[in-house]
Design a protein around this ligand. Structure first.
Ligand SMILES: [Ca+2]
Ligand SMILES: [Ca+2]
Length: 406
């Protein structure tokens, strides 16, 4: 192995430093985090630094260190730079050899891609492309992830190297920005604690700036959360009738923590209770909503079974074991018109009886079909325990609205 590395380094040294524009940025992107089975899938991504730095990418050797929370890196999947790829300028095909971990040892990954034919894949500054996906075992749930690229700029050796194919020759591209994710989200029992606040339009009383507890008074709120049965969550959170009564519970909601690099990826979810003042708590009615994640930047979203889901506009830096308040009644939200503006408050839109993210005629039809029922049903948009004209009215008023959560 040592010989191979030396050969590789010797090969790199043959590239002359010439005036050029090829310059690249690298980042890590968490593809998925499975805290139950202890698996992390991590994508390595590259882009050109700016419009003047676009180039055709040939060989890549990405080197980075990882923390002792993780072990056993293996290549899970080759992504864009895999096998035969289309090269646009000129129009032709390029071939990449099978990706290897070459020199991966002692918490250093050396991810190796070699162009074996063609002009290489053109990268630009508009979007990162994923090169390949690594799998890690999570072996210590109480430590943060700790990824650091090894770069020339930091004086590391051997370093990350990206090679440009220019005409028919190869030359080394310049380093741009390396986005290291330190202390990133990782499984850690109860490590992430949130205290969200939110208002639901259906029961919201704007004159009091709180929510009515009609469904609670009617005794229809179940002690088991409804989201697992709806296929939105894996979990078995239950409360008690006493908690529902004593804490003026309005309903169950689902709180989600999402990847900062791709907010469509849900890193953790928890069913939680919301009380009449909008406080979202664990099933005991008091504790913060807790996730088996360590800490890190993350988007936070809230799902309700018949209101449109909302998410923070930006990722939030959540610290380990520090209760993070997230006031959805005022915080900037992701997307456009994500919530109703009611004087100074943001209020989640009501009327999505099938939780499909859109309020339309099907929802109003469902509310009509359930008229006069007195049950815990998603057609009860006002959350007062009965389905009637008031529910149909709210569904009509909010017609054509869609959830902004990715
Ligand atoms: Ca719907
Ligand atoms: Ca109702």
């Amino acid at each position: 192995m040592k010989k191979l590395i030396l050969l590789f380094i010797a090969a790199l040294c043959t590239f002359q430093a010439v005036s050029q524009n090829a310059k690249y940025d690298l980042r890590f992107s968490i593809y998925s985090l499975d805290c139950i089975n202890g698996k992390l899938l991590l994508d390595l991504e590259v882009r050109a630094t700016d419009p003047s730095a676009h180039f055709n990418i040939a060989d890549v050797n990405i080197r980075f260190t990882y923390g002792s929370a993780l072990a056993n890196p293996v290549i899970e999947q080759e992504l864009v730079l895999s096998g035969t790829v289309q090269t646009t300028t000129p129009q032709t095909l390029s071939l990449y050899a099978q990706h290897h971990l070459q020199g991966t040892i002692n918490n250093v990954v050396s991810y190796n891609v070699v162009l074996s034919g063609g002009h290489g894949y053109p990268i630009d500054d508009l979007s990162y492309i994923p090169i390949g996906r690594l799998s890690f075992d999570i072996i210590d749930y109480n430590l943060p992830l700790d990824f650091t690229f090894l770069s020339q700029l930091n004086g590391n050796f051997p370093v990350t190297t990206v090679i440009e194919k220019f005409n028919s020759s190869l030359r080394q591209a310049q380093e741009g920005t390396y986005l290291d994710h330190l202390d990133y989200n990782v499984c850690g029992y109860g490590g992430m604690k949130l205290r969200p606040k939110l208002f639901l339009e259906g029961p919201f009383d704007s004159s009091k700036r709180e929510m009515k507890i009609g469904a609670n008074s009617a005794g229809v709120i179940p002690i088991a959360q409804p989201y697992t049965a709806l296929g939105m969550h894996i979990g078995f959170e239950t409360t008690t009738a006493a908690v529902i009564t004593n804490h003026n519970i309005v309903d169950w909601v689902l709180v989600q923590v999402r990847s900062p690099s791709n907010p469509s990826i849900i890193l953790g979810s928890a069913a939680a209770l919301v009380d009449n003042e909008g406080n979202v708590t664990d099933a005991d009615g008091l504790s913060p909503v807790t996730f088996d994640l360590y800490q890190g930047p993350a988007y936070v979203s809230v799902i309700h079974r018949n209101h449109l889901s909302i998410m923070t506009k930006n990722s939030i830096d959540i610290q380990h074991l520090t209760i993070e308040p997230i006031d959805f009644t005022t915080i900037p939200l992701y997307g456009n018109n994500a919530a109703k503006k009611d004087n100074d408050d943001q209020v989640m839109w009501a009327g999505d009886s099938d939780t499909n993210g859109t309020i339309n005629a099907a929802d109003r039809s469902n509310a009509w079909n359930d008229r006069n029922l007195q049950q815990y049903l998603r057609t009860d948009f006002t959350l007062d325990g009965v389905i009637n004209a008031a529910d149909r009215s709210i569904g009509w008023n909010n017609r054509n609205l869609t959830a902004q959560t990715p």
